[in-house]
Write a protein that binds this ligand. Structure first.
Ligand SMILES: C=CC1=C(C)c2cc3[nH]c(cc4nc(cc5[nH]c(cc1n2)c(C)c5CCC(=O)O)C(CCC(=O)O)=C4C)c(C)c3C=C
Ligand SMILES: [Fe+2]
Ligand SMILES: [Fe+2]
Length: 333
């Protein structure tokens, strides 16, 4: 990644890579979940309802009911390393550090909760990084995920007298490296199943339908990923959207209703994938792998498999090295 020592124009400079993801509570208990959800659901990029109307509902109802239920769900997927999302992001960061070597400092931070984006950016600057790539690990762009993670980084930079130079990793929903990694990951896991699925369900995190109407490209990015992956795999994929939150209309069809309807359509064996998540988390390990299975089997399905995300798998890390390495080349060429 470094230019030759005798490069005539650009002396070597320290480069930082900050992986960012959504965030997760510090512990699987109601107090920690309440703190996390309070920050998450107060983000106006996430809930686009005027503050005066939303905050009483959030503080008066949601934060008094949801944390206990969510803490129970987190408890079902929590590991010795902590929240799966945090543990996997940490491993992705360590693997990339190993791949790039000492001239690049790789770290990770969360949009909500810990480690905080401002703290890790400051640490990178203190370590001498004059150029920092901020890499939101969302393949599909959504203002509620990608833009808010970048906003948070820019807000931290706004407080610095001497800012590092910044790049952000673009969405990579249609990048051949991403589609190729998904195909390799899904096909190797399909080969290890003890049944042959009648169908593959591709579940993306949902968002309010209004957000699509306001011009957010997320829905189109999801559809394109699914189309390219289906083409690459040479088979059909059923697309659905999960995790509906609140009374508004969300993107459809809904994953839970789709899983319930599949057995009556003759699909008794299903494999579920979630290519929009770069790391397994509550939404995949609890909502899909536990509740999704219950819905499918309860409706008459016989075989169900949830296939894990790219995480820090071989194909997943090769893809991140490729995508991020390409961005860094602009700084060292
Ligand atoms: C991958 C893309 C994601 C989009 C787009 C997204 C939008 C979005 N989410 C909510 C509300 C909730 N999301 C929750 C969890 C959650 N969401 C994502 C990703 C996206 N969200 C992840 C990776 C996670 C899991 C975090 C973890 O700790 O594992 C939850 C909280 C979970 C709970 O309490 O049950 C809520 C609530 C909205 C409103 C939204 C809008 C566009
Ligand atoms: Fe979400
Ligand atoms: Fe969920």
């Amino acid at each position: 990644m470094t230019p030759p020592a005798d490069h005539p124009l650009i002396p070597p400079r320290k480069i930082g890579v900050l992986l960012t993801n959504l965030g997760t509570p510090d512990a699987p208990d109601a107090r920690a979940v309440k703190r996390y959800l309070g920050e998450f659901l107060s983000d106006r990029r996430v809930v686009e309802i005027p503050r005066l109307a939303w905050q009483p509902i959030l503080r008066g109802i949601i934060l008094n009911t949801r944390p206990k239920k969510s803490a129970h769900a987190y408890g079902l997927v929590w590991s010795e390393e902590g929240s799966p999302l945090a543990a996997i992001t940490r491993r992705q960061s360590a693997a990339l550090q190993g791949a790039f070597g000492p001239d690049v400092i790789v770290d990770y931070a969360m949009r909500y909760g810990n480690p905080a984006i401002a703290d890790r950016l400051t640490a990178m600057k203190d370590a001498g990084c004059e150029r920092i790539l901020i890499a939101p690990l969302y393949p599909q762009y959504c203002a509620a995920t990608t833009a808010t993670a970048n906003d948070k980084a820019f807000a931290a930079l706004a407080a610095m007298r001497w800012q590092p130079a910044i790049r952000t990793l673009p969405p990579y929903h249609d990048d051949p490296a991403y589609i190729g990694a998904l195909k390799a990951n899904v096909e190797s896991q399909l080969a290890g199943l003890d049944f042959v699925p009648d169908a593959i369900l591709c579940s993306f995190h949902g968002m309010p339908k209004r957000t699509l109407e306001l011009g957010d490209p997320y829905h189109c990015h999801c559809q394109k990923t699914a189309r390219l992956l289906a083409q690459a795999m040479g088979r059909e994929l059923i697309v659905a959207f999960q995790s509906r939150f609140g009374p508004a209309k969300w993107l459809g069809p809904a994953t839970d209703a789709t899983l319930e309807a599949l057995p009556a359509r003759g699909v008794r064996k299903v494999a579920v994938i979630a290519p929009g998540f770069s790391a397994d988390c509550l939404e995949t390990l609890e909502e899909l792998a536990i509740r999704g299975r219950d819905s499918f089997v309860g409706a008459g399905g016989t075989d169900f498999a949830y296939l894990p995300c790219l995480n820090d798998s071989g194909p997943g890390m090769a893809m991140l090295r490729d995508l991020i390495g390409r961005e860094l080349m602009g700084w060292v060429a």
